[in-house]
Ligand binder design. Structure first.
Ligand code: G
Ligand code: G
Ligand code: MN
Length: 410
């Protein structure tokens, strides 16, 4: 089916300007070229038709031809799975309240643009839309409980590694472990988006984490030989896993078998939901008392309460890639990252920028934030251990290439 994008705006001039900007992008969503539909008059717009534009709706903040907030509420009730983009020049608090409402109505709010939006902004939105679409698709095709049980018992849960670099020295300070299912029947690994939500649903997430830790820990001697004694290993943990009061003890047992100290391990906890139940807080504190590093992952993406940084014992914060993407061009992200850097220094927290994808982002962060560690596709994608070793051996050469690149920058 052709993906369709709707523009709902009674301001004809603004609507056609947006139409032209969208048309001049390569509008490929989920591998298929998208079509744009314009809705500018009350008499030719119906809710049914708008909801049929299953890919995205660009909605002007207005009460005509369809009231924005009523429209979002109706979309929620109809389980509209496309994304929405608000078009607004109103007071930012009005627009923010509208986007909070979208979240309450379970509608995916991808972003807000003004009437003088720039092509770069539109380009970025389309990229995000494509990612959102692929993410939805992944969520729809979760592996089954039986397939997951088989993968666990056949020990097919494999760690891929992605390095984090110190910006000033460009040394690898730690490697993040990312789960993959590798099976002989499949050419490509199964990605976490397809099995982590299922694992949580079927209560198998601990088994996955433990298998990953066992394997990553047995690779530890090779990692240390490659990256030095200081290098740490980061493991992703879902907030639900903190509910289990036995969790710290279980990890400790696995580490003790290999003679590895908890201070070499960082547990990355996603900020998807607020960490607030007493069990979660108890487990988090116990992990710290046992000397594990604790990292607040995806900071700035989901539930963001800056107070959590002061209140909870995190040793690290990972700035979500939505704040890093195009940071070299985005004043808002720049201001937030400046503030986070000050705060992190004050609280003695290690900061990591996630999702460094473009050389301009790497350059901006290195030039302005020496204290922030860097991670992202531009530096290195997640790789199996042998791949990481190869990458590292080419790193010196890459570093030199980057030096040449920087010298070429104004
Ligand atoms: O590896 P990928 O690059 O596709 O990871 C996608 C998401 O899956 C990330 O948000 C990451 O935090 C999560 N993820 C990867 N491995 C694990 C894991 O072992 N446990 C949990 N809970 N999440 C993981
Ligand atoms: O949420 P978490 O921080 O664990 O996310 C790790 C995920 O991010 C993995 O899916 C990993 O493959 C992905 N990732 C790592 N670097 C980049 C990057 O530069 N760009 C994008 N889009 N994803 C990245
Ligand atoms: Mn992570």
């Amino acid at each position: 089916m052709t993906p369709t994008i709707a523009i709902i705006d009674n301001d004809m001039q603004r609507a056609s300007q947006l139409y032209n900007m969208l048309s001049s992008e390569r509008l490929v969503i989920g591998g298929v070229e998208a079509e744009i539909r314009l809705f500018t008059r009350s008499d030719d717009v119906s809710l049914e038709e708008v909801c049929l534009c299953q890919c995205a709706c660009f909605i002007a903040m207005q009460v005509e031809p369809l009231d924005t907030m009523a429209l979002m509420r109706e979309m929620g009730e109809r389980n509209y799975t496309g994304a929405i983009v608000l078009i607004s020049d109103l007071d930012s608090r009005i627009t923010e309240l509208a986007s909070d409402l979208a979240r309450k109505y379970n509608v995916q709010h991808l972003g807000t643009i003004g009437s003088l939006s720039e092509q770069l902004e539109i380009h970025h939105l389309i990229e995000e839309l494509d990612k959102y679409h692929n993410h939805l698709h992944e969520a729809e095709s979760q592996v089954s409980e039986q397939a997951l049980l088989d993968a666990i018992s056949n020990r097919q849960i494999e760690p891929f590694f992605q390095p984090k670099l110190k910006a000033s020295t460009q040394r690898v300070t730690s490697v993040e472990v990312l789960a993959r299912i590798i099976s002989p029947e499949r050419k490509f690994p199964i990605m976490p988006g397809q099995f982590i939500p299922a694992a949580e649903q079927y209560g198998l997430i601990n088994l996955i984490t433990f298998q990953l830790i066992e394997k990553a820990v047995s690779d530890f001697p090779k990692l240390v030989a490659l990256l030095g004694d200081e290098c740490k290993v980061a493991i992703n943990v879902s907030p639900t896993q903190l509910e289990d009061l036995q969790f710290p003890k279980q990890i400790l047992t696995i580490l003790e078998m290999q003679g590895i100290k908890p201070e070499r391990i960082v547990l990355e906890i996603t900020e998807e939901y607020q960490i607030r139940t007493s069990n979660q807080l108890e487990t988090l504190n116990r992990l710290r008392m046992l000397n594990f590093g604790t990292s607040l992952d995806d900071f700035g993406a989901g539930y963001t309460n800056i107070r959590q940084l002061k209140r909870l014992p995190f040793t690290e914060v990972k700035i979500d890639r939505s704040l890093i993407s195009y940071i070299d061009n985005d004043r808002f992200s720049q201001l937030i990252v400046n503030t986070l850097e000050d705060l992190a220094k004050e609280l003695d927290i290690n900061l990591v920028a996630e999702g460094v994808e473009r050389p301009q982002e790497l350059h901006y962060l290195r030039a302005n934030h020496e204290s922030i560690d860097l991670q992202g596709f531009w530096i290195c994608k997640p790789l199996p251990l042998e791949g990481l070793i190869d990458w590292y051996h080419h790193w010196l050469e890459q570093k030199q290439r980057m030096e040449i690149y920087h010298q070429g920058q104004p």
